[in-house]
Design a protein around this ligand. Sequence first.
Ligand code: NAD
Length: 467
Amino acid sequence: MTDFALLIGGERRSTPTTLDVVNPATGGLAGQAPNCTRADLDDAMAAAQRAFPSWAADEDARRQALREAAAALTAAATRIGTILTSENGKPLARAVEEVHGVAHWIGYFAGLDLPRETIYSDATKVIEVVRRPMGVVAAIAPWNYPLILASWKLAPALRAGNTVVLKPSPFTPLSTLAMGEVLAGALPPGVLNVVSGGDELGAWMSTHPVPRKISFTGSVATGRKVALSAAADLKRVTLELGGNDPAILLDDIDVDKVADGVFASAFQNSGQVCVSIKRVYVPARLHADVVEALADRAKRAVVGDPMLEQTQLGPVSNAPQYRRVLDLIEDSLGRGAVAVAGGGALDGPGYFVAPTVLRDVTDGMPVVDEEQFGPVLPVVPYTDLDEVMARVNGSMYGLGGSVWSADPERAATTAERMECGSAWINSHGGLLPFAPFGGVKWSGVGVENGPWGLASYTDIQTLHRAL
Ligand code: NAD
């Protein structure tokens, strides 16, 4: 079994205690992660602080180091992808893709400019807007896409000249520790530090005096706590939080075609995607056909050992999430919902849930109103588009949404009415390094990616130059 260590100031460090990491496909042990102490965290923050001035000083060196880090990661993609599958349960091909995605994101930010802007000039003065790095950034990531979501933080943070202390979820720390070691091989010591531990480590980070910014991806409940602790020290925050994305199907759709797209988005990564479709609204006239088409796809999906090539869907990633998904299904069945496909756990070890499609569901049921974050999809009929839009916008979640129609213009007009950070027409969930991504209302504060994401790792300095 690989020996995993904290990464502090460019050095591996073991800890007196470790955390067991479970393989969700077997229920067995995937590995053991170091359990960072407060003193270790202080050292990581101090290392990041020491590394900051010289890292911030040389932009060309930063771009070059980031490109080298991305290349090193690409070379290690299969090894790190295998670790990711063993702790997270996603199919191996998807895990390796995720590692390549990180390299792509880092390469994108390495090449992105952070221009100085001249906003005024006359014979007596020039006024410029300069972007300065903030210092140390604390980055806290969740378990569903541990690597790519960490890269959305560390790539722009490092590109802008900050140094980083990164903490993965206690459910998936191993692949991040392995990734950190590979990346750090191309970076000066202390520029990127990786610490693993329990949830309390996240709380220590967000109350720690050193970081000037907390970049957090996770649940709404934890996001609130992070915002509260950050406020005490006026640390900047980016919060990427939960979602309950609706897909609204219009009355002119080709049912089979749309069912393919909706199924793919809703069940990708076994439904554990911040922007997957979490509820579908279908015109009453088409409801039975859509339910049947989705159920057919759910029944045909190959669920099983994520290390096997033919597997399309792996297990739910951890025990608490497995319990939550099963509870939500059970609750909805108790309220009169019908599982047209799936409806519960699959036999055998591991946290496997049968891909579940529910009909006879309504707004007001927890499986519709809350974020299920698992392989279960409620399909809700509607008769009036304005009314459904009011219901959708009545939610405090506002991460993503989609509209599906044979008429893309009509769909776009409808999508623009949705209160959400990203809206898609005839697809759902595609994310790109150059496109800003973030949530409105409870789904987040700020955006990641693109020049907007990069700018969020800087402070503005307005430079007034008298001539
Ligand atoms: P979580 O909030 O339980 O944990 C996220 C991270 O926060 C973990 O690293 C955890 O250890 C840490 N943490 C826990 N308590 C903390 C505290 N008090 N202070 C600081 N850090 C703390 O979320 P999760 O279960 O790991 O992830 C699933 C959630 O993340 C879902 O709600 C999902 O929608 C959301 N998510 C959002 C996005 C997005 O970009 N908007 C992307 C992926 C996942």
